[in-house]
Design a protein around this ligand. Structure first.
Ligand code: FES
Length: 79
């Protein structure tokens, strides 16, 4: 589904941008051009952003993964 007609940005592209680290409409505007022209897509883009951020199948952010790895290392060291 097209979210931003002016820049031909799809919901899938927004999802990919979130997976790459986008967390705000400003990030989407910078990376994809969403809401950079007429702005009519801002609300829908924000909804897609929220949905992508809340998606349970999303991999954990790198910070959490790194933290989990260090905890595992500590657990292994303790045993
Ligand atoms: S529809 Fe996205 S800027 Fe116009």
């Amino acid at each position: 589904m097209y979210v931003c007609v002016c820049n031909a940005v799809t919901e899938r592209q927004i999802d990919q941008a979130v997976r790459a680290g986008a967390t705000s409409l400003r990030h989407l505007r910078h990376q994809l051009g969403v809401s950079a022209e007429c702005g009519r897509c801002a609300r829908c883009a924000q909804d897609c952003l929220r949905a992508a951020l809340c998606e349970p199948s999303r991999p954990a952010p790198a910070v959490h993964a790194a933290h989990a790895g260090s905890s595992r290392s500590l657990a292994l060291e303790a045993s």
